[in-house]
Design a protein around this ligand. Sequence first.
Ligand SMILES: Cc1cc2nc3c(=O)[nH]c(=O)nc-3n(C[C@H](O)[C@H](O)[C@H](O)COP(=O)(O)O)c2cc1C
Length: 140
Amino acid sequence: MVGGSIHVGKHQDDLREFVSEHHEALAEMPTAFFQVSLSSATEENREAAAGYVETFISDTGWHPDRIAQFGGALRFSEYGFLKRLMMKRIAKDLLEEETSTSSDVEFTDWNAVDAFAADVASFVEGRLGVPPDEAEPAGR
Ligand SMILES: Cc1cc2nc3c(=O)[nH]c(=O)nc-3n(C[C@H](O)[C@H](O)[C@H](O)COP(=O)(O)O)c2cc1C
């Protein structure tokens, strides 16, 4: 499972480089990719979020078996002055409203994260031929 977040319209360079370099090895095993962004937090920006996934796939040549997109978080308490200012601007564009920087905001649907993890686990077990009685119960 490989995952990363979107910063200013892009995934982390290390993530893209790692996957580009190893896409042939990844193609030989069951794999999953998840992306975290603010764009996934609103209906209006879902297309943009999907576009980031498409770009990642075409840039790296890797075709993960399972893909998920999750809303992220604005952790203003951890940002320095410039990052806080930049994120306030990006949040205003994407959420179409002023966001107070005085507290952190989380947009992640953790039930969707749990469901994705369970789906990936059962897919991997199926591909690797793990008998059901040896498979970990979902959620552990
Ligand atoms: C500097 C910065 C730039 C960001 N740019 C975008 C962006 O262009 N599009 C988007 O959808 N989300 C953007 N986000 C939102 C992040 O994807 C989201 O906050 C995510 O939870 C960040 O996770 P991380 O801090 O662990 O990398 C940005 C966040 C930060 C901190």
